[in-house]
Design a protein around this ligand. Sequence first.
Ligand SMILES: [Fe+2]
Length: 382
Amino acid sequence: MNLLLILFAIAGHATLWITLVNRLHARPWPEQWLRSLRHVHDAFLLGFPPILLLGAGLMGPRLLLDGKWSDAFWLWHVLFGICWLGGIRLIYVSARHMLTRNPAQLSKEEAHFIDIAAEFGRRPVDEGPYQFMAKLPLNEQFRVQVTQKTLALKNLPAELDGLTIWHISDWHFSGTIERTFFERVVMEMNRKPADLVCFTGDLIDRMKCVDWLESTLGSIQASEARFFILGNHDWNKQPDPIRQRLTDLGWIDVSSRSMEYEVRGIQIVIGGDETPWMGTRPDFSMHDNNVFRLLMSHTPDNFDFARQQSVDLMLAGHTHGGQVQLPLIGPVYSPSKHGCKYSSGTFFEAPTLMHVSRGLAGIHPLRWRCPPEITRLTLKRG
Ligand SMILES: [Fe+2]
């Protein structure tokens, strides 16, 4: 029993650190600060279990031998109490993960996979950071889920019934995953072009990869338009040249503004939100209330803002679905003030329907039970 209580405390301790790290990573802190925080987190996560097992289990109060809790020094009680609270939180987030259901607005969902490593006969890994992760067994980074979702939206004009959007996010060009991987994904998208393409940020992790844009995002077809915003990883590099190259390739930058755009002869409003890292929030108040509103935000943390602005559909990325999802527990790491609550999927809180993409890559090229994805949305009136 004491061993179980110590293991529960170890799990709770990890939960508390991860809760803190997730929330602090939602802030616009310099990368160096966040990296230092992760080092502290790593040290505690690895160092604390032996301290607890040895310090409380085999020495001190000897809880794994013949010791009693009542004889333990009061500081052990405080420490275990805090850790058990973390354990209770772990039970709560696991239950939330298992009980969360898709909203009724997601009326249909289908998916197929493209196993790019199998097609190529090798994993497309090149020179870049964290190559070892890309080569780990069971890594699903190179098996891309192509998802088709039908979303029912009350305020969608009849003329836009059936409008299609490729929602893509977080491509993270770093040089570790080869350009050919992304070109293969673009080929898949162009087999079934959509009316709109929306990219919700985190494109470049290494500036030399800006040269990849022409054969990747620059080659994606759309019958109406392609819109983009950037994310915190672009902010950490040089966002201005990235913006310029994408704009030169015909993409429309919607960051920090809301604009009216005619689709199928109907005006809609499209806004882009790169806060808290860059720019300002788009102002929707200047537009007619009845016009369909689409918000592209890098982080799902701007969901409340979207609701305040009566946004009909919000598209986001950033959280990558956690990249690794554990059985029963679900995603663990998700840089959001809400932790893993909105790490990926479809969410409705009136009047806004939000779609959060798991993204296609990451600076850490590792996925498990959380494949990279591209999503083709079909909007239906209703
Ligand atoms: Fe990202």
